[in-house]
Design a protein around this ligand. Structure first.
Ligand SMILES: NC(=O)c1ccc[n+]([C@@H]2O[C@H](COP(=O)([O-])OP(=O)(O)OC[C@H]3O[C@@H](n4cnc5c(N)ncnc54)[C@H](O)[C@@H]3O)[C@@H](O)[C@H]2O)c1
Length: 327
């Protein structure tokens, strides 16, 4: 399949490039105004372009987008209207209003539009969820990420598009809605600056409930000194996702190799060191070529973006308040 990667030099975009190259896909063009795009393109036999407007849409079948989120909707629309499939990093819109507009838009175009919630396609998480679903009714789930950050800089700490909630907890929100399978409502939410003076929060914490009474709590923390432990799944270069759940039939936690169900370790084959971006793109291509229903949809993205706004609305402290500063 012929691909373009838009935002190819960024954290996520460069991983799209490497994954597509490793998969042997035809990377036609890399689009990024940053220094280094030409050198990156030479390595994978692609054209380097400084802007989306330079991209000849007739030369590609699909594109991935990994940009500051406010740029995602316009490029998604332009690609889809030209009949190109789109894998767009999360969040696919800057807010729930634009996310809902994309839900409606996606119904009108005969192409695949897949939001990049890569944990949904990760075999480690899917194996964990299979086990959880075999354990009777879910009562409580807790999902936490601890990301090591020496400082807060760049767009990730900018208001509206940055912060621990939108950049990291968004994945946990998605997992919580997927695992619980019901609408979640925040009982409370906390957005605070525990470590850094920054315009956005470095800590997000919420407790959510479903209509049937399932509780999902989520903690997402950016810290120079995150707690170190062996259980969980590495999702950033220096962070960890941990999940624990209680059901009618016991408890389960995510481990580095699989899960621990009622105290007994179960290893999942082929999950350690898996390239999540390859798994995500394999599913995207499978959906395009074979019509496999998407494991994550534009509507799933809307649900998460709406939940994020619900949490902001009930937050007990506004983002930006500085509690303490690390020297
Ligand atoms: N799935 C994940 O685990 C994951 C992880 C990190 C980021 N993301 C998401 O990926 C997206 C990008 O995040 P990032 O961390 O890679 O950001 P980044 O700042 O590292 O990269 C963004 C890139 O986009 C380029 N760019 C900016 N404007 C452009 C334009 N008009 N045309 C082409 N290129 C342009 C920049 O030069 C930069 O190289 C965000 O939506 C983010 O939430 C997802």
């Amino acid at each position: 399949m012929r691909f373009a990667v838009i935002g190819s030099l960024g954290w996520a975009g460069s991983r799209h490039v490497n994954a597509l190259a490793e998969m042997g896909q035809d990377i036609v063009a890399l689009v990024d105004p940053g220094e280094g795009c030409a050198a990156q393109a030479v390595k994978v036999g692609a054209k380097a372009l400084r802007s989306f407007d330079e991209l000849d849409l007739d030369t590609i079948d699909a594109a991935t987008l990994a940009l500051p989120p406010h740029l995602h909707p316009e490029f998604t629309r332009r690609l889809a209207r030209a009949g190109k499939h789109v894998m767009c990093e999360k969040p696919i819109a800057p807010d729930s209003t634009e996310a809902m507009a994309l839900v409606e838009f996606a119904k009108t175009v005969p192409v695949t539009i897949m939001p990049g919630y890569l944990l949904r396609t990760n075999p480690h998480i899917r194996g964990f969820l299979d086990a959880l679903r075999g354990m009777g009714s879910l009562r409580r789930v807790h999902l936490s990420t601890n990301v090591r950050k020496p400082s807060m800089a760049g767009w990730r700490s900018e208001p509206v598009i940055g912060g621990a909630l939108l950049v990291n907890a968004i994945h946990q929100m998605d997992l919580a809605t997927w695992f619980v399978g019901e609408t979640l409502t925040p009982r409370f939410a906390q957005l605070d600056n525990v470590h850094f003076e920054a315009p956005t929060e470095d800590l997000f914490f919420t407790s959510l409930v479903s209509p049937s009474g399932v509780t999902a709590s989520i903690l997402s923390s950016w810290s120079p000194n995150p707690p170190i432990c062996d259980d969980g799944l590495m999702i950033t270069d220096a962070g960890r996702l941990r999940i624990e759940a209680e059901t009618d039939e016991g408890s389960i936690i995510l481990t580095g190799t699989g899960y621990r169900k009622n105290g007994e370790d179960v290893a999942l084959p082929g999950v350690v060191g898996v390239n999540q971006f390859i798994k995500e793109l394999e599913h995207f291509i499978d959906s395009i070529e074979n019509g496999t229903p998407l494991w994550v949809t534009v509507k799933d993205n809307y649900d998460v973006q709406k939940l994020i706004e619900d949490c902001r609305a009930v937050a007990i402290a506004p983002a930006g308040r500085v509690a303490k500063r690390v020297a």
